[in-house]
Design a protein around this ligand. Structure first.
Ligand SMILES: Nc1nc2c(ncn2[C@@H]2O[C@H](COP(=O)(O)OP(=O)(O)OP(=O)(O)O)[C@@H](O)[C@H]2O)c(=O)[nH]1
Ligand SMILES: [Mg+2]
Length: 150
């Protein structure tokens, strides 16, 4: 699998998506530092919210093949400036999270991600599992076997 690093503001759903992609039970656990798993790097939201801590995201992006920029469908505004993806020498995909939430505005969040420069945008709910397989398929490399292949 290609390795993905998940970035986005606090509570946008990075850890929940990590759990959903790994087939784990969804349990709330505040991320305090960077968690480097086999094919997923989960980062704390504060790193995306603070200019100095943000440097850690720049460095850790080199550990990944793909950068996942997350925006939840319930965010009232975005942190991402226009065309931020040109700062990264990795593929950057947009991931709209929490699409199952009442009042979710997936269109708003995907607009912000597109404005940030993401060409591919995925829509997921870590609670229902919707859209999670599409991200895994995107990360699949030749020879990889995913659970639904068997
Ligand atoms: N309904 C719903 N709730 C979600 C979803 N994803 C995350 N949540 C909830 O949103 C809250 C924050 O989720 P986390 O996955 O911990 O968010 P995070 O981006 O890892 O946050 P930090 O670790 O603080 O950066 C938790 O209460 C989750 O249960 C989703 O797809 N649907
Ligand atoms: Mg987290």
């Amino acid at each position: 699998m290609k390795k993905i690093i998940l970035m986005g503001r606090s509570e946008c759903g990075k850890t929940s998506l990590t759990q959903a992609m790994r087939g784990e039970r969804i349990t709330y656990h505040k991320t305090q530092y960077i968690n480097n798993y086999d094919v997923i790097i989960d980062t704390p939201g504060e790193y995306a919210e603070n200019k100095i801590l943000g440097r850690a995201l720049a460095l850790y992006s080199y550990e990944a093949d793909v950068v996942g920029l997350l925006a939840s469908a319930i965010e009232p505004y975005t942190l991402y400036p226009p065309n931020i993806t040109c700062m990264v020498n990795r593929e950057v995909i947009g991931i709209v999270t929490q699409i199952d939430r009442p009042g979710a505005r997936a269109d708003l969040a995907s607009g912000w991600l597109r404005n940030a420069g993401c060409k591919d945008i995925f829509f997921v709910s870590s609670m229902t599992g919707e859209g999670v397989a599409e991200i895994l398929e995107h990360l699949r490399e030749p020879g990889d076997i995913l659970p639904w292949d068997e």
